[in-house]
Design a binder for this molecule. Structure first.
Ligand SMILES: *Cc1c(COP(=O)(O)O)cnc(C)c1O
Length: 364
């Protein structure tokens, strides 16, 4: 497994140039990247080398036709100094599913996790240790064959880069504001909604901009057929708490099967909290908010963990959820997940992959 890995370390670390006191999300990359190439029907030439440009001709078909997939997960530096990855095997499985939809070759079993562990080990000084901070890991696969025919590439590049990051939404205590997108569609049945692929995000940029201009953080997507059923948010799955029952849209091929979503479903089931995966119309949600039946709502994703949703805009009206801040269950789930990720509670699910710490921890 990755036995051919070549490691070339940087001669000049950029670590000391980082403003560790005010991290953003993905604005600065760590010193190294992992690369792997697919040629002649096989993956090979695994390397860890200084993060930097990968030479590419403008005629590379993926730049034109979007044959790309990516992933997102995090490495945490625990309260005990131990480095933990959260469910990298789940990301490996999802990458394989995205690859299949985009006609891309899956990685051999175990390579995804092995590559991440090797890269994070080299850049472990880049894992920040503040509250809510982590090393965001971004694997990316792209077609790199030069051709303009519309067909799958025969050559691919797999890259992993990492970026020290704070939690995505910074608005302490204040919930995220979502605008229901009534016109545009993120994904349609039979499309690529379940795959983490570039086209989904390209299609979401204009609607996202419209939501920002209207004073909201993000768009809330409805189904592409009737514009009636809730789907998800830009990079989060969504949950609503109706009295004592939690409801989240089902995986029907149009939404991203989030690892955070799956983890939350497990945590809820363990605690005996009723949870339904079912179609949920926007009318049911707005009526529930008005009647007080909807007590809280939250988004779930690696970048934002569990983010409270404070208000939802629909048909020119604003629906405030609870007091617009963080609900009780939202806070509880956030705490449970982060306690596992930072090693404050023992992992009884086999979700945590612990890594050896070989370098002194960075700034305190
Ligand atoms: C990545 C992503 C999510 C969240 O998935 P996690 O595995 O929990 O990070 C949700 N929706 C979309 C569109 C995404 O890209």
């Amino acid at each position: 497994m990755l036995s051919q890995l070549r490691v070339e370390r940087t001669s000049v670390s950029r670590w000391s140039q980082v403003d560790w006191g005010s991290l953003g999300f993905g604005g600065v990359y760590a010193d190294h990247m992992f690369t792997l190439e697919y040629r002649d029907n096989a993956w090979g030439n695994p390397q860890i080398r200084p993060y930097g440009p990968v030479p590419m001709a403008p005629g590379v078909a993926s730049l034109h036709y979007g044959q790309t997939v990516f992933e997102g997960l995090k490495a945490f530096r625990g309260v005990d100094g131990v480095i933990r990855l959260f469910r990298p095997d789940a990301n490996a499985r999802r990458l394989a599913e995205s690859c299949q939809r985009l006609c891309m070759p899956p990685l051999p079993d175990g390579w995804f996790e092995a590559a991440i562990e090797a890269l994070v080990a080299v850049d472990q000084a880049w894992i920040p240790c503040g509250a809510g901070e982590s090393l965001y890991i971004r694997p990316l696969m792209i077609g790199i064959e030069e051709h303009l025919e519309v067909r799958p590439s025969r050559e691919f590049l797999f890259v992993i880069m990492t970026a020290p990051a704070r939690i995505y939404f910074k608005n302490e205590g204040q919930g995220v504001a979502l605008q229901v997108q009534e016109h545009y569609t993120r994904a349609a049945p039979g499309g690529t909604g379940f795959a983490k692929t570039a086209g989904n995000y390209a299609a979401s940029l204009l609607p996202g901009q419209c939501s920002n201009a209207a004073g909201y953080d993000q768009a809330l997507w409805l189904d592409g057929v009737e514009h009636r059923y809730i789907e998800e948010v830009g990079q989060m799955n969504i949950f609503f708490r109706f009295a004592d029952t939690v409801v989240t849209p089902p995986l029907r091929g149009t939404i991203l099967p989030g690892v955070t979503r799956d983890s939350i479903l497990t945590l809820l089931a363990e605690q005996g909290i009723a949870c339904e995966q079912r179609l949920l119309s926007i009318d049911e949600v707005t009526a529930g908010i008005e009647s007080g039946l909807v007590r809280e709502a939250f988004g779930a994703g690696t970048a934002s963990v569990v983010a409270p949703i404070g208000r939802i805009g629909y048909q020119g009206r604003d629906y405030r959820i609870g007091n617009g801040g963080t609900g009780e269950l939202t806070a509880q789930l956030f705490n449970q997940l982060t306690a596992l990720q930072y090693g404050e509670t023992p992992d009884s699910h086999g979700w945590i992959r612990q890594m050896a710490v070989t370098e002194a921890s960075p700034v305190d």
